[in-house]
Ligand binder design. Structure first.
Ligand SMILES: Cc1ncc(COP(=O)(O)O)c(C=O)c1O
Length: 384
C-alpha cells in the first residue's frame, strides 16, 4: 500500500434531506401508513388539517394547498383574471417560475432590478418598470416580489408603489415560508402569498407541493375551485376554467410531521448563518439582513469579487465542499424570457450579482465540525 496516497476529503452534502428523515423516523412512516390505510389519496383529511396548521403557523386566515409552488403562483394570477394585454412586474434575479406563470396565463412579465444588499426587488426599479410596461401598451396588473434565499423583500416600499399604481401584490415566498417581516410572518404581509414544498425548500415535502396563503375568503374560495378544474357546487359543476392542482394527501401527512420541528430547524439555520457571517465577513460579502427581518436561509449566498468564482468553487470542491450558483443567468438573459421587456434603465445590479454570487452548504443539520470545514475552506480559498 502506498503510504503517501492522497486521501480525498469526504464530500459533505449541500442540503442533507436524509438527516432530517432520520430525526423524524417513525413519525413519518406512521403518517404515511395512516394515509395508505384510509386510501383517501386525493383531498384526504390530512390536507385540510395541514392547511389549518399552515395558516395558523403564519397567522394567515386561509391556506390553500396545491400541487407546486409554481401552481400556487399561477392559481392566484388566474383567480385575479390576469391575462393577455396585462403586465406583471417581476425581479430579474429569481428562479424562472416567478415569470413563467405570468407568461403561462398569457400576460407579459416585465423585469425590474433588485437591491445589491438583499438581492430582492428594488421598489424604485418596480416604479420605473410600471412606466416601461405602459410604454409597451400593456396594463400593469400585478407585481410578484420574491423573498429570495429566504429573506423577505422590502414589502412596505413595494406595497406603497403597488398602491399608487393599482397593482395586486402576489408574494413569491417559495423559498421563504416561516420568514419574518417586521414582527409578522410571510403569508400575512401581501394580499396573497405563494409558497413551495419542493424537498429542498426550508419546509419541503417528499415530492412536489405548494400553497397559497391569504386573508381574503373570496380569493381562497376561488383558488379552491380553480385547483379542481374550476368546480362549483361539486366537481361536475364547472363554473370557471381551472386545472388539476391539489396537494396530495400523502404530502400533507408528511408536512404535518415536518411542521412540528420547523421552528426548531429555522432556529438552527439562523445559528449557522450567524456563525458563517461572523467567520467570513472579512473575506467575502456576507448576506445582509435588514433590521426587523428574519430569513429562513433557504440559501446562504455570499458575493465574491468578479472573476474569483470559478477558481473558488473548484478549491472548495477539492475539499469535498459543494457550492451552487443561484442564478448564473438572470431571467432576462434566458432564451425563453429574453424577448420580454426590461425596465428602461436596465438591470445592472442583477447582471452583477449573477457574476458574483455563490451559495454555501446550508441546512439545519450542519454540525459544528462541518461548519468549521466549510469556513476553513472558504477562508483558505480566498486568502490573498
Ligand atoms: C422563487 C421561486 N419561485 C417559485 C418556485 C416554484 O416552486 P415549485 O418548484 O414548487 O414549483 C421556486 C422553486 O424553486 C422558487 O425558488
Amino acid at each position: 500500500m502506498n503510504q503517501h496516497a492522497r486521501v480525498d476529503p469526504v464530500p459533505i452534502p449541500f442540503i442533507d434531506v436524509g438527516a432530517q428523515r432520520r430525526r423524524l423516523g417513525r413519525a413519518i412512516d406512521d403518517a404515511i401508513a395512516r394515509v395508505t390505510a384510509h386510501c383517501q389519496f386525493i383531498q384526504g383529511p390530512e390536507v385540510a388539517a395541514f392547511e389549518a396548521e399552515l395558516a395558523a403557523y403564519c397567522g394567515a386566515r386561509h391556506a390553500v394547498g396545491c400541487a407546486s409552488g409554481t401552481d400556487a403562483l399561477m392559481l392566484v394570477l388566474l383567480a385575479r383574471g390576469v391575462g393577455p394585454g396585462d403586465a406583471v412586474i417581476c425581479p430579474a434575479f429569481t428562479f424562472c417560475a416567478t415569470a413563467e406563470v405570468v407568461a403561462l396565463v398569457g400576460a407579459v412579465p416585465v423585469f425590474a432590478d433588485v437591491d445589491a444588499a438583499t438581492f430582492n426587488l428594488d421598489a424604485a426599479s418596480l416604479k420605473r418598470a410600471v412606466a416601461t410596461a405602459r410604454r409597451h401598451g400593456l396594463t400593469p396588473k400585478a407585481v410578484i416580489p420574491v423573498d429570495l434565499f429566504g429573506l423577505p423583500a422590502d414589502h412596505d416600499a413595494i406595497s406603497a408603489v403597488a398602491k399608487a399604481e393599482g397593482l395586486f401584490v402576489l408574494d413569491d415566498a417559495a423559498q421563504a415560508f416561516g420568514a419574518i417581516y417586521k414582527g409578522r410572518k410571510l403569508g400575512t404581509i401581501a394580499p396573497a402569498t405563494a409558497t413551495s414544498f419542493f424537498p429542498a425548500k426550508p419546509l419541503g415535502c417528499y415530492g412536489d407541493g405548494g400553497a397559497v396563503l391569504t386573508d381574503d375568503p373570496d380569493l381562497a374560495d376561488t383558488l379552491r375551485s380553480l385547483r379542481v378544474h374550476g368546480q362549483g357546487r361539486d366537481k361536475y359543476d364547472n363554473v370557471r376554467i381551472g386545472l388539476t392542482s391539489r396537494l396530495d394527501t400523502i404530502q400533507a401527512a408528511v408536512l404535518i410531521e415536518k411542521l412540528k420541528i420547523f421552528s426548531d430547524e429555522i432556529a438552527a439555520r439562523d445559528r449557522i448563518a450567524r456563525r458563517y457571517a461572523a467567520s467570513l465577513l472579512d473575506v467575502a460579502i456576507v448576506p445582509a439582513v435588514p433590521d426587523g427581518l428574519a430569513s429562513v436561509w433557504a440559501q446562504y449566498t455570499i458575493r465574491l469579487k468578479p472573476g474569483l468564482r470559478d477558481a473558488f468553487a473548484a478549491k472548495l470542491k477539492a475539499q469535498g465542499i459543494p457550492t451552487a450558483i443561484y442564478y448564473p443567468k438572470p431571467l432576462h438573459r434566458l432564451e425563453a424570457y429574453r424577448h420580454f421587456p426590461v425596465v428602461d434603465n436596465g438591470i445592472p445590479v442583477t447582471d452583477r450579482l449573477a457574476e458574483e454570487v455563490i451559495s454555501l452548504p446550508m441546512h439545519a443539520y450542519l454540525d459544528a465540525p462541518t461548519q468549521d470545514r466549510v469556513i476553513e475552506a472558504v477562508r483558505t480559498a480566498l486568502k490573498p
